[in-house]
Design a protein around this ligand. Structure first.
Ligand code: ATP
Length: 370
């Protein structure tokens, strides 16, 4: 496109590409060579621990922060040097900063004043409020609204401009758990209705998993892995990703040839797709999710083969009740392994001190070499 941006609402599809993005504060690169393609119409989350550079990345997409190097491209237009209002992105922050002296309608209409595009204000505000299920709240003062309602006004204020890309920086962070859950569902429904690209920043794995089509996992300024929630959970490309998303048993192990791995006194067959190799070495690490670990009580040869390979004998250290499941910690040699077993009649009574074996199926191991 030549001659600057096209000011029409939804003029862009909303595909966002980051190319080798770097941002330094002093000596430290807080965003370090981040390259990423967010697809048009996708709900994409940047996930990672506090301080890993998620917000800084988002601010560079919005244009509030200038990268030291690299570029931001929206639908093939390099917008790196564009001012924020020229990017047709809008941002919703955790601190939603509504105007207390204005009513809901005036708050939502406020952004329209800065839009280069003429709209029917009543229609646009009405549609935005309907999207966030606040029709009828037009005349309410901001102070008369609950936290969840205020956040929905902030959302309406952002979507009234019909951005091609909506950037959301921990927008639910200030709300209590119940409200967060309700708004998570609303946000993903809204995203599908609007068909707008959402880029969502959160340190909350469950939140990212519930809402996102894909997730970019960040740590120390680097993008470690991009994938669907299932890919990150089942096929993490590093121990760091495995342990950040969900609970993981991470255990020392040893490769036996190219297609077998020894761990917990058992030998497992593995295929190349399960192995993440950074080097040639016999020493490796295996990861298995607690719900993939079965606890077997009684003689080893009574266990059906379908439960998996049996480990060396172990001892139950403790059993923690968590409602629908039991978290069973088992010492097996030098390692402590957690099994997440269903709290139903299928599992025998388990007690601390009991002698058990663990059973794990070959395909449920993820192997990290090097
Ligand atoms: P959180 O989830 O806590 O918001 P984050 O992953 O979003 O964290 P950023 O806000 O991007 O992290 O910050 C990354 C690092 O950069 C942090 O160590 C932060 O202290 C630092 N940082 C951010 N903004 C600035 C700034 N303007 N000047 C100096 N350092 C900064």
């Amino acid at each position: 496109m030549s001659g600057g941006i096209d000011p029409r609402p939804n003029a862009y599809d909303g595909a966002v590409s980051l190319r080798h993005l770097v941002k330094r504060f002093g000596e430290r690169a807080v965003v370090d060579e981040v390259s990423l393609d967010v697809r048009a119409g996708e709900f994409f989350s940047l996930l990672g621990p506090s301080g890993c550079g998620k917000t800084t990345t988002l601010r560079m997409i919005a244009g509030f922060e200038q990268p030291d190097s690299g570029s931001v491209v929206i639908d093939d237009v390099d917008v790196t040097d564009f001012a924020p209002e020229k990017r047709l992105c809008n941002t919703v922050f955790q601190q939603y900063a509504l105007f207390p002296h204005l009513d809901v309608r005036q708050n939502v209409a406020f952004g329209l004043r800065f839009s280069p595009f003429e709209r029917d204000e009543d229609k646009a505000v009405g549609k935005a409020l309907e999207s966030v299920r606040l029709t009828g709240f037009e005349k309410r003062r901001v102070q008369q609204l609950s936290g969840g309602e205020q956040q929905r006004v902030a959302l309406a204020r952002a979507i009234v401009l019909e951005p091609s890309v909506l950037l959301l920086d921990e927008p639910l962070g200030a709300l209590d758990a119940q409200l967060r859950h309700a708004l998570q569902v609303e946000l993903s429904t809204l995203q599908r209705e609007l068909d707008t690209t959402f880029i969502y920043v959160t340190h909350d794995q469950e939140e990212a998993f519930t809402m996102s089509d894909r997730i970019g996992m960040m740590r120390d300024g680097k993008l470690l892995q991009v994938g669907s929630p299932e890919e990150l959970y089942d096929e993490p490309n590093s121990v760091e990703v495995a342990t950040f998303v969900g609970t993981a048993n991470v255990l020392p192990a040893r490769m036996v040839g190219a297609a077998a791995v020894a761990a917990l006194g058992a030998q497992f067959s593995v295929v190349p797709g399960q192995i993440v190799a950074a080097a040639h070495s016999a020493a490796c690490t295996v990861m298995v999710r607690p719900e993939r670990v079965h606890v077997v009580v009684g003689p080893a040869n009574d266990a059906p083969e379908s439960v998996g390979r049996l480990t060396a004998p172990g001892e139950v250290l403790r059993v923690r009740f968590s409602g629908s499941s039991l978290l069973v910690s088992v010492r097996c040699g030098d390692e402590v392994v957690t099994a997440d077993v269903p709290n139903d009649d299928s599992v025998p009574d388990l007690r601390a001190g009991q002698s058990v074996r663990l059973a794990i199926r070959d395909e449920h191991l993820r192997v990290f070499v090097g």
